[in-house]
Each structure stands twice: as C-alpha cells, then as structure tokens.
Design a protein around this ligand. Structure first.
Ligand code: NAD
Length: 428
C-alpha cells in the first residue's frame, strides 16, 4: 500500500539539491529546476454507466522544456497525488537529458481506479482529460504517453479528442499508440528491453557473465514482463516476480528457483499485471509474501513495480549476493535505502537511466510520425540499444572518473545539460 509519509516530490527535490551543490549551480538555476514550470489541476466530470455523474481529479505537470517539448506519461491510480506527478515530471526532464533526446519533462495523472471502471467510463476520463488541456499540450508543447494503468487504447481516445478539437491529424500529440494508428514497433518491449541493455553493459564492466546470474523482479507489468524475457534470452535465470493482488489488496512473490517463464506466467496474468495465485501454484510456483522478492539469493534485483519499494525497512533484507540493482520503476529506492546500497558497494543503475528505453522509443515514434515512415522492429530496437548503451557508458565513465555513486553521476550529466539549455535560452 502507498506509504502516506512518503513524498516522491520531496525525494526528487532532495536528490536535485545534492547534485546542484556538487555542480555549483547558481541560485536562479536551482530555483528554476527544483520546481515545475507549469501545472494544470482540473476536474473531469464523467457520466457513469449507472447514469450518475462522477467527478475525477486530473493533473498535468510540465517540469522543464528548455531542451524540447515536455514528454511524459499519464498514470491512472487511486492513490495518485500531485506530488507524485511533480516528482515523475521532474524525473522525466532528467531522463530525456541523460539519454540525450531533445525533449523536456512532463507527467499527468488522474485519481481513479480502472479496476472499477468500464471501458466506456475510462474513455470518458481520457476524452475529458484531453478537453481540459487540449491547448496546453501538443506535438510542439507537451507530448503525453501511457504509464501505470494506461495503455495504447487510452492514448488513442486522447489523440482522437485532441484531433477533434484542433480539426486535423496530429499523430505526434501522443505516443504509445497502437500499431497502425501511428504507433512504433518495439514500443511495448522498449522499457523492459532498455533495462536489460544497461544491465548487460554493467555486468560486462563488472566482469560478470550474465549466464551465471540470477535475478529477482518486482512487478509483472509492461516493464518487468519484457525485462524478464530479454534477460532470459541473454542466458540469465529470473527466479521470481512479485505483483499486486487486487482481491487481497496485497502483493505476492511468485518464485521458481529453476527459473520462471514469462510466457507461461503471462497466460495467467490479468491486464493490470496481477497473477492468479491458484494457477501459479498449479504451474509449480511458490507463492510468497510480496516483499520476498528482495530477499532471494540472486545477483541482480530489478524493482519494476512502483515508487518507494526499496526502503530503510526492506533494503537490509537484500540477499547477500546482490551485486547489481536495475531500477525499472520510477523512484523505487528511498534516499535512506540508497545509503544502505552505497555502503554495501552494490552497483546501481538509477531509474531515469535504466527505464529510459520507453521514452527513447516514444521519441522514435514521434520521429517516425513526423516522417510518416515507419521503421522495422529490428531497426527500432537496434537504435534503442545504441542510445541506451551510449548513455550508460557516459554515466559509468563519469562515476568512475569522479568516484561518485551512479545515481549522482547520472544526475550530474542530466542536470548539467538542462541547466546549460536554460542558460543558452537566457532564462537564467
Ligand atoms: P504496469 O501497470 O504495467 O505494471 C505494474 C506492475 O507492478 C503490476 O504487475 C502490478 O501488479 C505490480 N505492482 C503494483 N503494486 C505493487 C506492489 N505494491 N508490490 C508488488 N508489485 C506491485 O506498469 P509498468 O508500465 O510496468 O510500470 C512499472 C513502473 O515502471 C512504474 O514505476 C512506471 O512509472 C515505470 N515506467 C514505466 C514505463 C513504461 O514504458 N511502461 C517507462 C518508464 C518507467
């Protein structure tokens, strides 16, 4: 469950402050970058299937657009808060910068629970969300995308509403679209695969053979499913995933020490990334407590569910063989847990580098939409691999040279570039 004392935005600001000091940024640049440039908060009235009207709260936060139009997903979540959206928008700015794509950072959200909404009601939320910000987002201003509990279908409803309002075809308004309606091949795989491309590079630098490693994954949604798949293709052994159980309102870990099979698990996974306990047991999986994923005897941990999962309480329980953490989710590790990880000398690939594959492919989607010419999947994935590998190598080289933690090195590269863009534009 969401920890009410945890504030993702305070954490994002704390991380920024530490790096701003290391970089010696001036006061005006700090003031500009530690808060979003713009925020939209609004109501979305929706006529429900039973005839009543329900009002949902929606947000769009534009953190910084000095390097290009804002970019970032829209999350549907019952515990969504404006501070979560602010944090995610901030991280998007750093993410686009660290992988060197010409975009800024934004994020959106709606407080709602799609588990309890019909397709028609969800369409109403999507169209209502877009009506509220149709003049504040756009291909050259701010480009939304899917995030937790939103999909290509949601994006198409939003694009369709935008096109009705602006009377034209604007496939570059939104990314994560289905194939055939402006979507890019490889987008579904991009974030999970991106995590594994940088994992591969880190292991190479550490002199560890991926085939001799085991990994534990938290989450079994879009990111984790494809990360598990590619990691296994590279010869690694994924031993468990954990996911949220909607009926029990708690999470469980699904463990098979000889190696889990993503395709087998997918057959018993619902569209929200929840796995059937009974069917998993029948398929030979041990069903354990939700936090058990972090305690397994593995070399690699991939938190790929939600923010605030590796904490001062859970980090001490990490298995003694853990050598590498790849943050698939946004903000999964709290600053206190980061200290524990640093002290143990575990190699960290921070979220905004590890999971940048999604936004990089979204950028490729925009490029293809603008050209109206679409690449093959191999072309997309090989360009993605190049971008992710290049970004990883730059960050790890800086971490080595300056003897700083990987998260700090990634922040230093990302923040420096955004600060420079603001300066060149004459904003500070
Ligand atoms: P998703 O909705 O497809 O899946 C989320 C998964 O996490 C599900 O399996 C769910 O059951 C599980 N989960 C939720 N709460 C949990 C809990 N308390 N304990 C254990 N498991 C839990 O989401 P996703 O798209 O895979 O995104 C996962 C994370 O990655 C989020 O932080 C998201 O912001 C981030 N991310 C996603 C993308 C993308 O392209 N999808 C890109 C960058 C970052």
């Amino acid at each position: 469950m969401a920890d009410k004392s945890f504030n993702a935005f305070e954490m994002a600001q704390k991380q920024f402050d530490g790096v701003a000091e290391k970089l010696g940024l001036d006061q005006a640049t700090c003031d500009l970058l530690r808060n979003p440039m713009r925020e939209y908060h609004f109501n979305i009235p929706v006529r429900m299937d039973d005839g009543t009207v329900k009002v949902f709260r929606g947000f769009r936060v534009q953190h910084n657009d000095a390097r290009g139009p804002c970019k970032g997903g829209i999350r549907f979540h019952p515990q969504e808060t404006i501070d979560t959206v602010r944090a995610l928008a901030t991280w998007m700015t750093w993410k686009c910068s660290v992988v060197d794509i010409p975009l800024g950072g934004g994020k959106g959200g709606v407080i709602c629970d799609p588990h309890h909404l019909s397709e028609r009601e969800q369409e109403g939320i999507c169209r209502g969300w877009m009506r509220q910000v149709a003049y504040n987002v756009g291909p050259f201003q701010d480009v939304p995308a899917p995030d937790v509990m939103t999909s290509g279908q949601h994006m198409i409803w939003m694009m369709d509403e935008y096109e009705r309002i602006h009377n034209g075809k604007f496939p570059g308004i939104i990314t994560g679209k289905p194939l055939g309606v402006g979507g890019s091949l490889g987008r579904t795989e991009a974030t999970g695969y991106g995590c594994v491309y940088v994992m591969r590079e880190a292991l190479r630098e550490m002199g560890i053979d991926i085939k001799k490693t085991k990994a534990a994954f938290q989450g079994f949604g879009n990111v984790s499913q494809y990360a598990v798949k590619l990691y296994k293709e590279y010869g690694g052994t994924p031993v468990c995933v954990s996911c949220w159980d909607q009926a029990d309102q708690k999470s469980y870990t699904f463990l098979k020490k000889t190696g889990i099979d993503a395709d087998e698990l997918l057959k018993i996974t619902d569209r929200f990334g929840g796995i059937s306990k009974e069917k998993a047991k029948a398929a030979g999986y041990e069903v354990l407590d939700g936090n058990a994923w972090i305690e397994q005897d593995v070399e690699i941990l991939v938190p790929a569910a939600l923010e605030n999962q590796v904490t001062k309480d859970t980090a001490p329980k990490m298995g003694k063989n853990v050598k590498l953490i790849v943050e698939g989710a946004n903000g999964p590790t709290t600053p206190e847990a980061d200290e524990i990880i640093k002290q143990r000398g575990i190699f960290m690939i921070p979220d905004f580098l590890a999971n940048a594959g999604g936004v990089t492919c979204s950028y490729f989607e925009q490029v293809q939409c603008n050209m109206n010419y679409f690449w093959t999947k191999d072309e997309v994935l090989s360009k993605l691999d190049t971008k992710m590998t290049d970004a990883f190598l730059k960050v790890s080289a800086l971490a080595r040279d300056k003897k700083v933690y990987m998260r700090d090195a990634a922040y230093m590269i990302a923040i420096q570039k955004v600060a420079e863009a603001c300066k060149l534009r004459g904003w500070v």
